[in-house]
Design a protein around this ligand. Sequence first.
Ligand SMILES: Cc1ncc(COP(=O)(O)O)c(C=O)c1O
Length: 414
Amino acid sequence: MVLPATGRAWEEIAADLEAAKAKDFSWRGGRMALYFYYLDDALNDVQKKAYTSFWTENNLGKRAFPSLAKLETDVVEFGLKTVNAPDGAAGTFTSGGSESIFLALQTARDWARAEKGVRDPNFVVPRTAHPAFSRAGHALGIEVRRVRTARNDFKADVAAMEATLDSKTIGIVGSAPHYPFGVFDPIRELGALAQRRGLWLHVDACVGGFLSPWVKKLGYAVPEWDFSVPGVTSMSADLHKHGMAPKGASLMMLRSDELKQKYQTFDFRDWERGQYLAYTMQGTRPGGAVAAAWSVIQYLGDSGYLECARIVMDTKKALMDGVNAIPGLAALEPSELCIFVTRATDPGLDIGAVSDAMVARGWFIGRQAEPAGIHMHVNPIHRESWRTYLEDLRACVEQVRGARTVGKEAGLTY
Ligand SMILES: Cc1ncc(COP(=O)(O)O)c(C=O)c1O
């Protein structure tokens, strides 16, 4: 990047931006296995218009922008109701799942420090938990112990987690569902363990928080996962995933507002400018993200979320059935919501090479590292692409059948 001596015309800049995208995978047509959530252009339009209507407002300034304070309160209220939070619960609008997880661990750390005197804390999490837990632990001085899921259903091994606890353990984690296999951890068992041992339990519902309630309404058996389970202390749920809001939108929720006020709030006065009050890691916050999430919720309504859930579950079934019909491939079970993994059942078939062949045909593939496979996070856009995806997958399997070469991107999951 060279700083132009004088500013350039927007038309030129716009052309540069378009050109910069030349090598990107297109999200249009459902060729990406992750990163993007799309229902239709009408919803995209609502996202954009709502975002730009609060383009300039700074959501740090609650007194300056009471509009945003109200929109944020509404979104948090919707979130708390969606996850069956009890009266007196609290929530915070964050920039994404990672920030929600960071805030949960920070609040738990400060709670344990104040109420239990724990100085070198650790959290015990299933190995399937998102890397954001280890990342937050790294930044916050919390050791994060990852425990293998011994059972063949990919669910947290609660006994093994219990065996890993010690006097410095302040909390445990369950996902609803986790990203690697799309399976729910046994939240009720984890809640009972948390209560028995006086631990914080964080449920990571970043993927499922705004999908599971409607999937359940459709009649699917969804495992217990929300605040109605005793022992759940905090929860992360992403609006910018199946909440269908544009990026920069998640909720961190706590069973009690007292925890938020005492341990999450940063109320600072030791400088010349007076009080600085914050609940998130961010200072300046985009007003557009809140306005857009609020608008999407209003635009979709209950029936819109139900429709999204129906599309996701129908599409996932079509994809899994189609994968299972291709000789040499199988879709891993269980898959309890919107994510599934495809594996090679034929030892002569290199799944990495199949992925490479799919990439060559213009598909952006999620590469599962352990076991080697193809990871798929289904969202409504995939109703446009599942038939072509399966046709191409079948063709790619035939193309590489018997190949011994390891996929050049094998091991890269993102
Ligand atoms: C289960 C789970 N938790 C947390 C996250 C992190 O969310 P973000 O990428 O919004 O920070 C993800 C992202 O995929 C996820 O799948």
